[in-house]
Design a protein around this ligand. Structure first.
Ligand code: CA
Length: 229
């Protein structure tokens, strides 16, 4: 059972989609314009968006771009609904981050099947992300999306900084030497040496602000993640 937002301006389609989605047990919200759709997205949480491309105020591609540009909706599944003549828009839409599309006229059964697939995948990803997430006070390390958040705000880390933090935080209280850390974060491409580990840690601490002391220096050994904020 999911919360589905339908952004579609044709009344017949609105009703068809509402009827079939509700029959599957979903909660349906209808928005007749792109602006209304964006407004609804900011007002309440959704699990999936059905997005018509031809809307009266702004086109669906723009809506898609705005939604994907917002960190809060980065994993929200979007299925585009397009007319056959808009196939070049499909390519654009997928490029902008839509997950799937159907062309009008579509078979309701097929659309419902696609929605089921997307919702199942989204649920899996959300569960996986929650299970693997490391939370210390208001610091969140999300290895699925490769993100670190403080107070729900994304901290822009480099890949190496992220890997370092995630590695240490996965083994709280254990001290690691610089060479151990190198093994874990070196990607084989860029040259990471034991001394550059120190530089990465210094930059990482700076970005962590009030949580910098979570990454402790252990004299004569290396670094350790402290669980006490
Ligand atoms: Ca339309």
């Amino acid at each position: 059972m999911a919360r589905v937002l339908v952004i579609e301006d044709e009344p017949d389609l609105q009703e068809l989609l509402r009827y079939n989605l509700q029959k599957e047990g979903h909660t349906v919200t209808i928005a007749g314009t792109g602006s209304d759709g964006l407004h609804e997205l900011r007002r309440q949480p959704f699990d999936l968006v059905l997005l018509d491309l031809m809307l009266p105020d702004r086109d669906g591609l723009e809506v898609c771009r705005i939604v994907r540009g917002d960190e809060a909706f980065s994993s929200l599944p979007i299925i585009m609904v397009t007319a056959k003549s808009e196939e070049s828009d499909v390519v654009l839409g997928l490029g902008l981050g839509a997950d799937d599309y159907v062309t009008k006229p579509f078979r309701v059964k097929e659309l419902m099947a696609r929605i089921r697939v997307r919702l199942a995948r989204h649920l899996d990803e959300t569960r996986d992300a929650e299970r693997r997430r490391i939370q210390v006070d208001k610091l969140t390390i999300d290895p699925v999306r490769h993100r670190v958040l403080i107070n729900e705000e994304v901290i822009p880390l480099t890949l190496t900084e992220f890997k370092l933090l995630h590695f240490l935080a996965s083994h709280p209280g254990v001290a690691y030497g610089r060479y151990d850390m190198l093994d874990r974060v070196g990607d084989g491409d860029s040259v990471v040496t034991d001394r550059t580990i120190d530089v990465h840690v210094r930059n990482l601490r700076k970005k962590l602000g009030e949580y910098e002391r979570l990454v402790e220096t252990v004299r004569g050994v290396g670094y350790r993640f402290s669980e006490i904020p």
